[in-house]
Unconditional design. Sequence first.
Length: 415
Amino acid sequence: MHSAQPTTKLFYGWLVVAAAFVVTFVGFGSAYTFSSFVESLQRDFGASRGSVSLVFSLAGFLYFGLGVISGPLADRWGARKLAALGMALVGLGLMLASQAQTIVQVYAAYGIGIGAGVGCAYVPTLGAVQRWFVKRRGFASGLAVSGIGVGTLVMPPLATWLIASLGWRDAYLVLGILAVITGVGSSLFIADDPRRHGTGPDGDPLGSMSSAPVRQGVSIGEAVRTPRFAGLYAACLISAFGVFVPFVHLVPFAVDHHVTSALAVLLLGMIGVGSTAGRFVLGSIADRIGRDTFLIAMYVGMAVSLAIWAIAGGFWSLTIFALLFGVFYGGWVAILPAVVTDHFGGRNVGGIIGILYTSVAIGTLLGPSAAGFAFDVSHSYFIPVAISAAANVAAAFIAMATLRTDSPIASVAVP
């Protein structure tokens, strides 16, 4: 009877993927609602547009940078607890923002709630997904993080509708309650080890070759001292300086090129559409062509799309850029956790991903700000966008060189 369970019951790993989808949907969707509140916050608190723009960089630095803490904690305590705590912080931050009396209080609630909340939940959740899959790891990772793209599409319009219907304070309150209910509720379905559910990775029977290495792999200290980790870190760091520039500067760039504000905002939605497609579709392709090769292709694709942005001017050329960039950006985000697990094993994957993502945090903090200062000097985005494209070309070459180094898990039986 027990031997029939893996074929007659839904593989629990897909429930973990679904839970991760909801966690990323709630966390990043809530983060990207901030643009919907900017006009109301400016009006009620007299805030400048410049002071508002820094919030994205600071929150992004927190939710990528805190993975260095939450990842190892999840490896020790379990991803479920960290994800639930993170979703609770997201909801609490939104609810506190509804009671803010100054713009500084809004920033604090948003930064602590969204930044720390997503920072607690994101890396542990992705690390948990990796342990449930081997053969379809890229596809599962893509489905899990596609919640980011869908959340980017759904949550800002929902926030805009709530503001129009209830006012910005009650809108924050409703979003906070929804975040707690859906985020914490979905976190309860996250599990770290398929063996506790009677299967190996991919639903294979216990005792098969693919079911053995769930918790095997190198230690965090061993991982970070390898040339492969150094290469991955350098590629992510250099790439991230340019990757997040469009999220801050694409709309003002479009407006500077005589695109109406309403259409300019839609361009961010096009990045969301492209990234959702990239995460859903490209993950399975990565499993077939090789995940390392796929990662290099994503760097090249982001470089090409950013080069298109550098010479674009009208709405339709910017739409082409936004869609293409979204596809490759989504594929990059989807494949990174799977590549880390391939190289270093699943035993400490949360901690290793967390350390790797400090590179993305630094890029998120510095890249968009540097692009803004470059624009202030030159009154043009051409130089920062061209540098962003060149950075991703460099990242592709670094990733290719990394493949020539020895595998850290060559002596560990991880498929």
